[in-house]
Design a protein around this ligand. Structure first.
Ligand SMILES: [Cu+2]
Length: 111
């Protein structure tokens, strides 16, 4: 029976490829931008994780807020401004703009 020395090294290649393919460890925080344009919040990321950062960006000439209905956050956004916010707890958080209650969305945050 002939054993080739390189055989063992080759078996590690698929594991390396999986890691390189973008399967980040859960602990790695991601950063997202949620823009406000023409009195509307842009689409929210499907799933957020605790530790992620949201950059709220107000492109309008009006002042807006991103305010959690449960009081967990209240981000003030003067015209043409941006503000970042760290997501610090898991759950589902409905939010709206205090000045324009028709503007709303929901953050879904996993641990
Ligand atoms: Cu508003």
């Amino acid at each position: 029976m002939k054993l080739r020395k390189s055989k063992k090294a080759i078996s590690f290649v698929p594991v390396f490829l999986l890691l390189a393919a973008g399967h980040w460890p859960a602990a790695r925080a991601a950063e997202y931008e949620i823009a406000i344009t023409k009195m509307k919040f842009a689409a929210v990321p499907d799933v957020l994780h605790v530790g992620d950062v949201i950059n709220w960006r107000n492109d309008d000439m009006f002042r807006h807020t991103a305010t959690a209905r449960d009081g967990g956050f209240d981000v003030d956004l003067p015209p043409h401004s941006r503000q970042s916010m760290k997501v610090d707890k898991a759950g589902s958080f409905a939010f709206y703009c205090r000045f324009h209650p028709a503007m709303k969305g929901t953050l879904s945050v996993q641990p």
